[in-house]
Write a protein that binds this ligand. Structure first.
Ligand SMILES: Cc1cc2nc3c(=O)[nH]c(=O)nc-3n(C[C@H](O)[C@H](O)[C@H](O)COP(=O)(O)OP(=O)(O)OC[C@H]3O[C@@H](n4cnc5c(N)ncnc54)[C@H](O)[C@@H]3O)c2cc1C
Ligand code: SF4
Length: 333
């Protein structure tokens, strides 16, 4: 069983953004994760999060104990991250040794770790579970083949990817691909074919279509993008991003209090968060021909042929949202 019979209840709900703009540039949303992690590392703790492999072809969870390595686990990677048994054992060992641990990942990853630690009777007093709001995770096979295709077309081996480049804004983020530190390709997410497949729910894992872990994974804090903040607080919305922060436990609220001096924050509610971000509580609906698309991927259809057959043209709603964002950018200068 995935969950542990818990229903996550919001102790407090905020909008938040780091005062340090550079931190927000390096993050997907308002950089709350980065600040929580920095604080824990300063106190001698360990942080576990999702990082790319050296060649960027896959994503897996790693442990970091140094602020210089923090960048590797910051920012969303829209690929399923593998959490190896060494990670579970590492967290268990650290907790039994009295070391503070911050584990961050999707709700199902938080639930799985929590189940494991309960089974092993590990003390959880020093564990902070940080969950990222999760739309779903795409197929690692598709990612690795897509990246190969991008590399071939760019005639450069892509070894660094920023899924959340804010060069075109926060809500209209771009995906930037680098080879040997050089930018080889950058496209708004609505134009990047891999992101289109992801955002139209064509490449997601089966379990994500009926997520068993939403609001019941036992995490201390849930972090997401505060989509729709401009309609609630136009004065704080900007192109570097705002986080939605849901503290599910008193421990989570205390961790947030410890970094509050580095944040601009304001009171919010679950209703406000969910209005712009229904995936906080609901699973997404699959792309109509998802099964056929994933069959083509499984049958080793080349990316070129996949792109010809599956264009994933933006829906009318996505087009309208893009036009609206472009208009707002123009008005705000
Ligand atoms: C696959 C995926 C889908 C998401 N979908 C939504 C959504 O629909 N709506 C929404 O509001 N927010 C979504 N998020 C969360 C959002 O993008 C930010 O991660 C979150 O707001 C935290 O941002 P931050 O600025 O505080 O820190 P960041 O530095 O951006 O946070 C990065 C955190 O995300 C974790 N992470 C990164 N990639 C993965 C991965 N592949 N698997 C597990 N953990 C990962 C890292 O370990 C780290 O804790 C998604 C994140 C992921 C990874
Ligand atoms: S949608 Fe649910 S099952 Fe899918 S990765 Fe996210 S938390 Fe896990």
């Amino acid at each position: 069983m995935l969950t542990v019979g818990i229903k996550d209840e919001a102790v407090s709900v905020f909008w938040a953004k780091a005062m340090d703009d550079r931190m927000r540039e390096r993050s997907s949303s308002g950089a709350v994760f980065g600040l929580l992690a920095q604080h824990l590392l300063d106190d001698g703790g360990f942080v576990y999060g999702a990082a790319f492999s050296d060649d960027c072809r896959s994503v897996r969870h790693v442990r970091i104990d140094d602020k210089d390595e923090l960048g590797s686990v910051m920012r969303s990677k829209y690929v399923q991250s593998s959490v190896g048994v060494d990670i579970y054992k590492g967290v268990e060992r650290s907790l039994k040794d009295g070391i503070c641990v911050l584990f961050s990942g999707t709700a199902c990853q938080n639930a799985a770790l929590r189940n494991y630690l309960l089974l092993k009777k590990a003390p959880m007093k020093n564990l902070l579970l940080v969950e990222v709001v999760c739309h779903g995770v795409p197929s690692p096979k598709l990612w690795s083949e897509w990246l190969e295709d991008v590399s071939q077309k760019a005639e450069s081996k892509v070894d660094e990817v920023n899924f959340r480049s804010k060069s075109t804004g926060w809500s209209t983020y771009s995906v930037a691909y680098f080879g040997g530190k050089e930018l080889v390709r950058s496209e708004e997410s609505s134009r990047d074919w891999y992101m289109r497949a992801f955002l139209q729910n064509a490449s997601l894992r089966e379990s994500c279509l009926d997520c068993p872990a939403k609001r019941c994974c036992g995490s201390d804090i849930t972090l997401g993008d505060f989509w729709g903040i401009e309609a609630i607080h136009p004065e704080i919305a900007d192109s570097l991003g705002v986080s939605a922060v849901i503290c599910n436990t008193e421990k989570g609220a205390a961790a947030l209090d410890a970094i509050r001096s580095c944040l601009e924050t304001g009171q919010s509610s679950m209703d406000e968060v969910v209005k712009g971000n229904p995936v906080v509580v609901h699973s997404v609906s699959p792309y109509a021909s998802r099964d056929e698309f994933l069959e083509d991927v499984a049958n080793n259809t080349s990316v070129e042929c996949l792109m010809d057959k599956w264009t994933f043209e933006p829906t009318l709603k996505q087009k309208a949202r893009r036009r609206l964002s472009a208009l707002k950018r123009k008005i705000l200068g």
